[in-house]
Write a protein that binds this ligand. Structure first.
Ligand code: AMP
Length: 434
């Protein structure tokens, strides 16, 4: 099946093809036509299935049809449990609406509200928000939810886990009763079913299991290796495989620079791309990578976001990300829709917990290999290494956990006290490590 048969406009098809997607994922095939028809949808889909495009594309199509009102009221609202997810959804919205006259904004707690308020005052068609900050701004009279036509609850199970049910109910009471509802959740617990029964109107059930996720086409592999042998191993893999276009992820800007230098001194052309690089340097690095004069692009997660590079044969995680969802986004850069792709992760003992969290999120085990001469250190501790050596993402996403009684703290990733708290504790453990 192709995107063309889903009833999406030319502008959206152009944006989708710019992302390098050639075929819709199963959840997209099922959800997009239903959402375009105006149906309420209850979808079981987790990260990695392409769910974000599954609801964003049809929403953008609906919002761009007909005349835009001069004073743009918020017409679509996407609620997410965390600011990371809110930012990711917003990045998707921006990418897919590139050729449309659509304004979007993202709001979440833990940062100064002024820039968010200024953007909203200019008028936005689609708003992505975490519940607490949304209610805050609504209480302050900064925004109105009276013209919402479409409501999305993304990762609804996580929102309930984090104790957002009351806020969600408050928000729903502020928006018109005649609206389209889309609820996305990795699991269908009793609580999710109750929520769906309460707020959705004759929803159509759509399921996308991890087996048919977009990451399925990607061959994933882990090399267990001693930390100090990672650089030699990555150089060996790239040289022996004669790989030409390799995107490498490091966790910090310094790590990216260091690795880049070592590669260059081993005769592999490489450029680093991260937050400390000027726009000019980034553009140059990207252009070199695209025209094959640079074999390796070493990037941090934030710098890689929004990079316009289609289909890469090889993605290497020099270090695993401490946020599991980032792994899915990293490897999503390869093996897209039919094209073969390989995602390799070099994992040292102290990254064992990250690996487990990633496998848990994706519901699969990644095959592990050990290369002779690059064996893991049997005496190395499996305790995660202390974070905070000044990586770009650390600076941009750092937050101080607040007491549990504070709802705002939930938006930054703290869990509520409930029976699913174990899962959140994992996430929080990751975040607190940064
Ligand atoms: P999501 O499940 O929405 O978090 O998306 C997971 C990854 O799949 C992201 O990196 C998307 O850019 C990518 N993706 C979404 N739709 C497609 C598609 N139709 N083909 C290939 N990759 C996709």
């Amino acid at each position: 099946m192709s995107f063309n048969s889903l009833g999406l406009s030319e502008a959206l098809l152009k944006a989708v093809s710019k992302q390098g997607y050639t075929a819709p994922s199963p959840i997209q095939q099922k959800a997009i036509p239903l959402i375009l028809e105006g149906k309420d949808v209850l979808a079981s889909a987790q990260t990695g299935t392409g769910k974000t495009a599954g609801f964003t594309l049809p929403i953008l199509q609906k919002l761009s049809q007909g005349q835009q009102l001069r004073k743009r009221p918020i017409r679509a609202l996407v609620l997410t449990p965390t600011r990371e997810l809110a930012a990711q959804v917003h990045n998707n919205v921006k990418a897919y609406s590139e050729f449309l006259d659509i304004r979007s904004a993202v709001i979440f707690g833990g940062v100064n509200q002024k820039p968010q308020v200024a953007t909203i005052r200019n008028g936005v068609d689609i708003l992505i928000a975490t519940p607490g900050r949304l209610l805050d701004l609504q209480n302050q009279g900064v925004l109105s939810l009276a013209k919402i036509e479409i409501l999305v609850l993304d990762e609804a199970d996580r929102m309930l886990d984090m104790g957002f049910l009351k806020d969600i109910k408050k928000i729903i009471n502020l928006i018109p009763t005649r609206r389209q509802n889309l609820l996305f959740s990795a699991t269908f617990s009793k609580e999710i079913k109750n929520l769906a029964n309460e707020f959705l109107h004759h929803p159509v059930l759509v399921e996308a299991t991890p087996e048919n996720s977009t990451v399925d086409a990607i061959e994933q592999k882990v090399y267990r290796v001693a930390k100090e042998k990672k650089t030699d191993l990555i150089i060996k893999l790239i040289s022996d495989g004669n790989w030409k276009q390799v995107l490498v992820f490091t966790r910090t800007k310094h790590g990216a620079n260091r690795l880049c230098k070592k590669m260059v001194s081993s005769g592999i052309t490489a450029s680093a791309i991260h937050g400390n690089k000027s726009q000019g340097a980034r553009t140059k690095a990207l252009a070199g990578f695209k025209n094959n004069s640079v074999r390796v692009l070493v990037a941090t997660d934030i710098a890689a976001r929004g990079l316009d590079i289609p289909l890469l044969p090889h993605v290497i995680n020099f270090e695993l990300p401490n946020i599991s969802e980032d792994y899915v986004h990293r490897i999503g850069r390869t093996g897209r829709a039919g094209a073969s792709g390989e995602a390799i992760s070099l994992v040292s003992a102290d990254e064992t917990t990250y690996l487990r969290d990633i496998e848990k999120l994706m519901g699969l085990k990644i095959p592990v290999d050990i290369l002779e001469g690059f064996e893991p250190d049997p005496n190395a501790s499996t305790a995660p290494k202390k974070q905070g050596q000044g990586g770009g993402r650390n600076q941009q996403r750092a937050y101080k956990p607040k007491p549990q009684s504070s709802r705002r703290s939930d938006e930054a990733g703290n869990s509520g006290n409930n029976k699913n708290a174990g899962r959140n504790r994992n996430r929080n453990r990751n975040r607190n490590r940064r």
